[in-house]
Design a protein around this ligand. Structure first.
Ligand code: 3HC
Ligand code: NAI
Length: 699
C-alpha cells in the first residue's frame, strides 16, 4: 500500500497518509505527499482537497530519528506554504492524534475538521529540545491568539477536540465520520476565497502587556534546558511580522536549537524510554495476562500512592491493611489527594468521585482473592514479606501476578516462599507513586516472560515508564544512587558544605541536590538500612555525618530539620550548626578540609553514577545503558536535557576521558573509585555505551 493515497470523491481529492505506526512525516511520506499534492493541485477536475490520516493518527509529526542525521528534501515548511497558497479549498480531516509537524500540516490547510474523540493535539517540539519548525510558531498564534499559542508551544501540552474548538484551533468537531464531514465542508467552500491562516494579521494591541518578558523570566529551570524555550518565545513574538519573515526566523531557530546538545539529549530520551519497553526474547506475540482488578497490601506512603496511580488509570483497587486506624488513614489520604486534584482543576469533581468509588478498603487479605495483580507495599522487612507471600500464595487466584514494592530486599527469596515463583516480580514504584513516572520492573530468576510483558504494558497504562532491572542490592536505580550519595558524603568530609553540593548540582540542572533530596525523602529511612548493615571502614566513616544528624532528631523536612532547617512553608535554610558538625567530624578524622569547586562536585557525582551504571550493565542487571539513563531521567530528577549519566559519558565527557578521570580518582581515593571493566574496555576500543546498546539490539 502506498504511504499516501489519493482518492477522488466527486470533485474532492482525499489525500490519506498511511505510515504506521504513527504517521510520522518521514522522507518517504513527504515524497509521496508532494507527488499527490501536485497531482491534485494540477488536476482541473479536483475542486477541493481533504488531507487526512489513518487509524488513531492524523500524524505524530516529523520523524524524530531524521533530526540527528539531517532532514532531506522535500522539506515540510515549503510544502505547507504551497498547501496554504492553494486556490482550491484545503481542509484537514483530523481523524486522530495531530502533533508537531502533523498539526502544522493542518494549520497550513484553510480549514480543520476534527473527530470528537481526538485527545492529542499539540506542538510538543519543546520536549525534544527544538521548536516547531514548519510554521507552527507563526500560524498557531494567528489562529488561537498569542497568549494561548505561547502557552501551548512553551509547554508542549496536548489539548483535546473540545478545547481545540473552544480556542478556535479547529472549525468543526465531527460527530460521525470525520472524512465524510470534511469532504462536505470542503464542497461548501468551493468558489469561496481561501482562508489562509498565514494571512491573518495579529493586532499587537491584543497581546497582554509584558507577556513575552514574563515568559522569558520564567524559563529559568525549564525542563527543556536553556536554549529551546527562549528560541520558541522569540519565534512566537515574531508572529506579528509578515508570515514569510516570521517563518524564516522560525526556520533559523529550528536549525540552531536542533544542533544543540540539549536537543540531542532530549531526542535520545524520547527513544530511550520507548526502547526500555522492548524486552529481549519476549516478542509481540506473547499473550499478556488480563489485568482488570488490582489489590494493594499496605496503605502507608507507598500503598496509598500506588492505589492512586491505578485508580487514576481507571482500575478498581482493593487496599488491605492490618488495623482499622491505618486503613482509615490511608483511605483518607487517597480521598484528599483526589479532592485536591479536582480543586486544582486537574480532574473534574465527577472524575474524583468515580475514582474514589472504585476503591475497596479491607482488613482481610482474603479480599485479594479476585485481584489479577497484587502489589505488596508493607514495611521493609524480609521476614514479614516472606510470611505475606506464603499467605498470598494460598489466597491469590491462579495466574494472578504477585508483586513486591521492596526497594532493597531479595525478590528471589520472596518469590521462593510461593509455589508459583513464575508469577512473582518486583514492581518498584518511586515516591510519590502517583506522580513519579519511573517504574522499575524487577525480573526475578523465575519470573515468567508473559508476567514481564504484562508488567511493562501495565506500566504504560498507568502512565509510567517501565524499565527492567535484575535482582541485586538496590536493583539499578538505588544501586547507582548509593554510589552517588557515598561520594556526596565523602565530599562533605573533604569540605564541601551541603549548600555547595546541592547548589552545584542544581545549577547544573538537577531538580534537587542530593542532600535536599535526602531531607525530602526522610533521613531516617537510609539510617535504618545503615544500622542493619553494620558498616565498616570507609562506608562507616561516610555514614557518620548523616547518622549524627538523624540521632539529633533531624529526620529531614518532616521534622523541620535535616541537612538544612526548614521554615513553615518548607523552604530550606542553611544551618550553621550542621556546617559546624561537618567541620568537627572532619577534624575528628584528621581530614584537612578544602574548598571543593562546583565543577569537581558535578564531575565526581556524574562519574560515580556512570561507573556504577557500567558495572550494573556488565553484570546484566540492566539491559542497556539507555535504561540506566531512563531511570535517572524519570525517577531521580536528572534533567532530560542532560541526557542521563551514561549519555554524558558518551557525548560530553568522552569515554576515554572518563576512564582517565576515574583512574585518577581511584589513585587518590581508592577502592570506591575502582573503574568498571566495561568503561576500561570501551575506552580502549574507542567504543560508546550507545554503540554497545545498538550491537546488543542487533545481536
Ligand atoms: N518520529 C519517529 N518515531 C516516532 C514518532 C515520531 N514523531 N512518534 C512515535 N514514534 C515511534 C516510537 O518511537 C515508537 O516506536 P517503537 O515502537 O519502535 O518503539 C512508535 O512510534 C510508537 O510510539 P509510542 O510507543 O510512543 O506510541 P503511543 O501510542 O504511546 O504514543 C504518541 C503516540 C503520543 C504520538 C507518541 O509517540 C509521541 O508523543 N510521539 C512524538 C510526538 C512529537 O513529539 N511530535 C513532534 C515531532 S517534531 C516535529 O514535528 C518538528 C516539526 O515542527 C517540523
Ligand atoms: P509505610 O510504613 O508508610 O507503610 C507500610 C504500611 O504497611 C503500614 O501502613 C502498615 O500498617 C502496613 N502493613 C504492615 N504489615 C501489613 C500486613 N501484614 N498487611 C497489610 N498491611 C500491612 O512504608 P512505605 O514507605 O509505604 O514502604 C512500603 C514498602 O515500599 C517498603 O517495602 C519500602 O521499602 C518500599 N518503598 C518505599 C519507598 C518510599 O519512598 N517510602 C520508595 C519505594 C519503595
Amino acid at each position: 500500500m502506498a504511504i499516501v493515497e489519493l482518492e477522488r470523491q466527486g470533485g474532492v481529492a482525499v489525500l490519506r497518509m498511511n505510515n504506521p505506526p504513527v504517521n510520522a512525516l518521514g522522507h518517504a511520506l513527504r515524497v509521496d505527499l508532494e507527488k499527490h499534492l501536485n497531482e491534485a493541485l494540477a488536476d482541473p477536475a479536483v475542486k477541493a482537497i481533504v488531507l487526512t490520516g489513518t487509524g488513531r493518527f492524523f500524524s505524530a509529526g516529523a520523524d524524530i530519528s531524521e533530526f540527528s542525521l539531517g532532514v532531506r528534501e522535500p522539506h515540510l515548511q515549503p510544502m505547507i506554504g504551497r498547501i496554504e497558497g492553494s486556490d482550491k479549498p484545503m481542509v484537514a480531516a483530523i481523524n486522530g492524534t495531530a502533533l508537531g509537524g502533523g498539526l502544522e500540516l493542518s494549520l497550513g490547510c484553510h480549514y480543520r475538521v476534527v473527530g470528537k474523540d481526538v485527545r492529542q493535539l499539540g506542538l510538543p517540539e519543546i520536549t525534544l529540545g527544538i521548536l516547531p519548525g514548519a510554521g507552527g510558531t507563526q500560524r498557531l498564534p494567528r489562529l488561537v491568539g498569542v497568549e494561548q499559542a505561547l502557552q501551548m508551544i512553551t509547554t508542549g501540552a496536548f489539548i483535546d477536540a473540545v478545547k481545540a474548538a473552544k480556542i478556535g484551533l479547529v472549525d468543526k468537531v465531527a460527530d460521525g465520520d470525520v472524512v465524510a464531514e470534511a469532504v462536505a465542508f470542503a464542497r461548501g467552500q468551493i468558489g469561496n476565497p481561501p482562508r489562509r491562516v498565514g494571512a491573518i494579521v495579529i493586532d499587537k494591541a491584543s497581546i497582554p502587556a509584558g507577556l513575552f518578558d514574563k515568559a522569558r523570566a520564567s524559563v529559568g529551570r525549564h525542563p527543556s534546558g536553556p536554549v529551546a524555550p527562549n528560541a520558541a518565545i522569540d519565534a512566537v513574538e515574531a508572529a506579528t511580522l509578515p508570515v514569510a519573515e516570521g517563518s524564516a526566523l522560525e526556520r533559523k531557530a529550528f536549525v540552531e536549537t536542533n544542533s544543540s546538545p540539549y536537543a540531542r539529549a532530549l531526542q535520545y530520551k524520547f527513544f530511550a524510554e520507548r526502547q526500555a519497553a522492548n524486552l529481549p526474547g519476549i516478542g509481540p506475540n506473547v499473550r499478556l495476562r488480563d489485568i482488570k482488578t488490582v489489590g494493594i497490601l499496605g496503605a502507608g506512603t507507598m500503598g496509598t500512592g500506588i492505589s492512586l496511580a491505578f485508580l487514576n488509570a481507571g482500575f478498581p483497587v482493593t487496599v488491605v491493611e492490618t488495623a482499622q486506624e491505618a486503613l482509615d488513614k490511608g483511605v483518607a489520604r487517597i480521598k484528599e489527594t483526589l479532592e485536591a486534584n479536582a480543586k486544582r482543576g486537574r480532574i473534574t469533581e465527577a472524575q474524583a468521585n468515580d475514582r474514589f468509588a472504585k476503591l475497596t478498603p479491607s482488613l482481610k487479605m482474603e479480599d485479594l482473592a479476585q485481584a489479577d495483580l497484587i502489589i505488596e507495599a508493607v514495611f521493609e522487612n524480609l521476614a514479614l514479606k516472606k510470611e505475606i507471600f506464603a499467605k498470598l500464595d494460598k489466597i491469590a487466584k491462579p495466574g494472578g501476578i504477585i508483586a513486591t514494592n521492596t526497594s532493597t530486599l531479595d525478590v528471589n527469596a520472596i518469590a521462593a516462599e510461593t509455589k508459583r515463583p513464575q508469577d512473582v516480580l518486583g514492581l518498584h514504584f518511586f515516591s510519590p507513586a502517583n506522580i513519579m513516572r519511573l517504574l522499575e520492573i524487577v525480573r526475578a530468576e523465575k519470573t515468567a516472560p508473559d508476567v514481564m510483558a504484562t508488567a511493562m504494558a501495565i506500566a504504560k497504562k498507568i502512565g509510567k515508564v517501565g524499565v527492567q532491572a535484575g535482582v541485586c542490592d538496590g536493583f539499578v536505580g538505588n544501586r547507582m544512587l548509593h554510589a552517588y550519595t557515598s561520594e556526596v558524603y565523602a565530599m562533605l568530609l573533604e569540605g564541601a558544605m551541603p549548600r555547595e553540593i546541592d547548589g552545584a548540582m542544581e545549577a547544573w540542572g538537577m531538580a534537587m541536590g542530593p542532600l535536599a533530596v535526602g531531607d525530602l525523602a526522610g533521613l531516617d529511612v537510609s539510617y535504618r538500612i545503615r544500622q542493619e548493615r553494620k558498616l565498616t571502614g570507609e562506608a562507616a566513616q561516610f555514614a557518620r555525618i548523616p547518622d549524627k544528624i538523624v540521632e539529633m532528631g533531624r529526620h529531614g523536612q518532616k521534622t523541620g530539620a535535616g541537612f538544612y532547617r526548614y521554615d513553615a512553608d518548607r523552604k530550606r535554610q542553611v544551618d550553621p550548626e550542621i556546617e559546624a558538625l561537618i567541620r568537627a567530624e572532619a577534624e575528628g578524622l584528621q581530614i584537612k578540609q578544602r574548598h571543593v569547586p562546583a565543577e569537581e562536585i558535578v564531575e565526581r557525582c556524574l562519574l560515580r553514577l556512570a561507573n556504577e551504571g557500567a558495572k550494573i550493565l556488565e553484570e546484566g542487571i540492566a539491559l542497556r545503558a539507555s535504561d540506566c539513563d531512563t531511570m535517572y531521567l524519570n525517577g531521580y530528577g536528572f534533567p532530560g536535557w542532560r541526557g542521563g549519566p551514561m549519555w554524558q559519558v558518551d557525548n560530553v565527557i568522552g569515554m576515554k576521558a572518563a576512564a582517565e578521570k576515574i583512574k585518577a580518582y581511584e589513585a587518590k581515593y581508592g577502592a570506591r573509585w575502582r573503574i568498571a571493566p566495561l568503561i576500561e574496555r570501551l575506552s580502549k576500543e574507542g567504543g560508546t555505551f550507545a554503540a554497545l546498546d545498538k550491537s546488543r539490539r542487533a545481536g
